[in-house]
Design a protein around this ligand. Sequence first.
Ligand code: AMP
Ligand code: ZN
Length: 666
Amino acid sequence: MDAKTKIEALRSELHDHNYKYYVLDSPEISDYEFDMKLKELQELEEAHPEFMDPNSPTMRVGGEVTKNFNTIVHDFPMYSLSNSYSKDDLEDWQTRIQKIIEEPVEFTCELKYDGASISLTYENGEFLRAVTRGDGTQGDEVTYNVKTIRSVPLKLKGSGFPERFDIRGEIVLPYEGFAKLNAERVEQGEEPYANPRNTASGSLKLQDSAEVAKRPLLCLLYNLTGNNLGLTTQMESLTKAREWGFNVPHEAQLAQSMEEVLAYINYWDEHRRDLPYETDGVVIKVNNLQHQEELGYTAKSPRWAMAYKFKAEQVSTTLNSITYQVGRTGAITPVANLEPVQLAGTTVKRASLHNADQIEKLDVREGDVVFVEKGGEIIPKIIGVDFQKRDPSSSPTEYIQHCPECNAELERKEGEALHFCPNSAGCPPQIIGRIQHFISRKAMDIEGLGGETVALLVREDLIEDYADLYTLKKEDVLPLERMAEKSAENLIQGIESSKEVPFERVLFGLGIRYVGETVAKKLVKEFKSIDVLASAHFQDLVNVDEIGERIARSVVDFFGDDSNKQRIDRLRSYGLNLEISEDQLKNESQKLDGLTLVISGVFEKVSRKELQSLIENNGGKNTSSISKKTDYLVAGENMGPSKRTKAENLGVKIISEAEFLEMIDD
Ligand code: AMP
Ligand code: ZN
């Protein structure tokens, strides 16, 4: 097979797997196999730039940086929708329609997805561009960013699609992805995002498309627009769009009467929480496109469509007090303590107030009656104050200036939303938080020691630093509350075993701001030992792929601090791993430099994944299928006979697991 044919076959295969995974939600191959195929395609494309395709599946990983987004005038304007809030509103709308259309009209009911609206243009079955709604007439071109969204088809499936058309939809960030993104931010000492909707629209305007690619955005589509599309109803256009490979949610339904519309609304008002993403209403459209044309548009919105907004689940209650929490990085979060109230099936006692600006914007004061709403966030939020009920003698909330835990004067850096307590060495929640982070599962993972016990140990003055853990003796902890002989032994044993934890997890455990799990791995791979890392200059750090200035600054600051230096010396004296292990180092070489290896079958001593990293750590290239460029085929048990034949025909050397391990051994 020549390169061009191979490239095309891989592209179409990957487009198809992508569709099965992200649109149909039923993958046929493992993530690993997918990645391997993608890698193979990437390599082929690199070797043959003449076959470049802007819609290749490899474009989904992003990388293009857009400094200024082009303004593009929509071929067809993007209207907004009229809103309705009651049965009466909907019936009035129906009456207006029936004055123009004599025969009975049929409706489609769709959910109103809460995200950022987008218009995608396709030409000859290929994705051409993506434009935000903007003011409805013109928007920003965000093509590169949208390409990274896996549910957006880059090539259409089937046939019969119009030569050129627009399809409109909504880009949303499902709850799960939102929560994960926020957890990562908090872990890195950053402020969490407020809600999925703003995060989705903010993501579209990121300059670096590789960043967008990391966010699990979803594109849901609901409207085809263009000239001579040859369609007769809205429902038909949804079905067609689905056939062409678009992600069109299946909740859409036909309704023959307003009663049926109301039944749909009632059902989803109750069940929308079961959906993986946020919806804020139902959109009702006249189904017949001929009818739609007759009804036409007002200046702002189509007469043939109507949004019905769900009532946000909202209650009012008294704000008893505002308290302030101090996180492990010293970040201060204001918390509203509420008179307990029932909201969306749970009792709410607390709500987040985010930061000083938010308090000022809402003008909330202790004693106010406030409106609380449950949106996409897990923690409910305060959306406003009932000013009519305000005590006229109250005065505006003054944000604290000193740490509620240690009384140090708070700092707020230029351009940052949060206040920080700078007393990291002496502030109890920071001390406890740091140790809790150190022992957490992804860091030292100390068995027999939990967050509560850490707090207790600190409060009892037994430890004030994670390095102190290694000086604890059984006799020290035995007198603690609820500490039995056995649990004391387990605790000490757990601490002892943690000395075996590899360097990358120790580094993550140190709690350097912005150094999350992935960054820690990167740094270890690059610098190999804590001493080399500690003496790295700002510039050395920024030169590392994916290490930005903010992380670099934070690392330099951390190692520049004397107390951190002492802490690290102590950890070293207790025998923790502060450099890549002999084993890891041994496994790193350039012995396979310039060689391409394919692995096939099952292995005895190492897993396929391990084998893959062994190849890479030794400078080799691992591809998934055999070609003339393959140097070795590492053959395990049960290797497919076709692979063997192919290797033999191409003269590729076949080696066993043992022979491979020998190659990289010294
Ligand atoms: P609004 O922004 O409140 O005027 O609502 C109009 C917006 O709702 C449209 O611009 C779309 O972005 C969005 N929308 C969400 N789901 C749908 C849907 N199923 N049909 C039409 N528009 C929708
Ligand atoms: Zn403090």
